[in-house]
Design a protein around this ligand. Structure first.
Ligand SMILES: C[S@@+](CC[C@H](N)C(=O)[O-])C[C@H]1O[C@@H](n2cnc3c(N)ncnc32)[C@H](O)[C@@H]1O
Length: 334
């Protein structure tokens, strides 16, 4: 089938652009190799001339909600089926569903249908938003085996976690690959909010780097330690269970990753203190535009008489209507 071939670093922006212009064929999966991504397209005539179009085999996407609601045909009426706008997150063997309030009385039937359809081991439903300092959501067991511990595979790496006790989003996989591609061998990296360590693991599996990985959640750091053992890494990772505000470290970093999108701006002063001249801050926040984030980085840098060069900006994923999880890559200069 026809696909646009693009370097990994442009994949996410181009995916969003083609999606927004309704040029992407969402019935097929995007494929990646070490250097390029291949985005399925509907009609090559509408694709701009400067993009490379190739013929490639891509896998069909399983259209979850459609087939899934078909499984529930005899249990829910048409009205209920219409309201069941379920969002699936699949983490390893576990499916996490969002079930509308008015369908909670049918949650077990929905959970069992999800189990049958996805062929995973366990189904849970979201019981709260992502909340608190450790950014964990409450979940409720619905079907299968009640075991919230699983191993999720991402870019050939294994990430072990307990979905009820730590933060993890499979939807950041493309972003993590992009950062890992940008990283150069020998960088000293600080991940200020590492969780179970997906950024450090994906980066260290590809590059010979030293990553200091900090998280306030003791359980997340426990899993990061296991994940270091589970994967074949070229780089070194030092896990630290601490509030980043209390990090007592006497060195500067070539790169700082700040994926705490709700409040990462509160830690920009610290990041500016810890970044090496010419180092890069990978900054994330929830926003409808890039201006607010760029201004925040500029303000923190100018307080220390440093300058900022914005290297790139992108939408990572949609958070709520008109609000995106955005990324800003900023070089900081003395
Ligand atoms: C949104 S999660 C991101 C985790 C990880 N980077 C990922 O992509 O999966 C943010 C993480 O920041 C941690 N956190 C929140 N406040 C912190 C602080 N003051 N110091 C260190 N870690 C913190 C939380 O425990 C959580 O694991």
């Amino acid at each position: 089938m026809k696909a646009v071939k693009t370097p990994i670093k442009n994949l996410n922006n181009l995916r969003i652009e083609l999606l927004e212009k309704e040029l992407m064929d969402i019935s097929y999966k995007i494929k990646t190799d070490d250097y390029y991504g291949y985005i399925p397209i509907k009609d090559e005539k509408n694709i701009y001339n400067d993009l490379e179009i190739v013929d490639i085999d891509l896998k069909k996407v399983k259209l979850f909600p459609k087939n899934f609601t078909e499984l529930l045909d005899d249990k829910l009426n048409e009205n209920d089926l219409e309201k069941l706008k379920t969002s699936f997150d699949i983490i390893g063997d576990i499916v996490i569903l969002e079930i509308p309030k008015n369908l909670e009385n049918k949650k077990i039937a929905i959970g069992e249908a999800a189990l049958e359809f996805t062929k995973r081991k366990s189904v849970y439903m979201k019981k709260s938003p992502i909340e608190g300092k450790t950014r964990v959501r409450k979940i409720e067991f619905l079907a299968g085996i009640n075991n919230p511990i699983t191993i999720h595979k991402e870019h050939k790496n294994r990430l072990k976690l307990d979905v009820s006790k730590v933060y993890f989003s499979p939807r950041l996989a493309t972003e993590r690959l992009k950062i890992a591609e940008d990283v150069k061998d020998n960088e000293e990296i600080l991940d200020m909010f590492c969780g179970i360590g997906p950024f450090p693991i994906i980066i260290a599996s590809k590059k010979k780097v030293k990553v200091t990985a900090v998280d306030i959640n003791k359980i997340a750091i426990g899993y990061l330690k296991e994940n270091i053992e589970l994967n074949k890494l070229k780089g070194e990772i030092t896990p630290i269970n601490q509030d980043i505000n209390n990090l007592n470290i006497n060195k500067k970093f070539n790169r700082i990753i700040m994926n705490l999108p709700g409040t990462s701006y509160e830690f920009l002063d610290l990041a500016i203190d810890l970044i090496e001249n010419n180092g890069i801050i990978n900054y994330y926040e929830f926003s409808s535009d890039y201006t607010q984030g760029i201004n925040r980085i500029d303000k923190a840098a100018s307080k220390k008489n440093k300058k900022v060069e914005i290297l790139s900006t992108r939408k990572v994923k949609s958070n709520s209507p008109r609000v995106w999880h955005i990324a800003i890559d900023a070089r900081v200069l003395d």
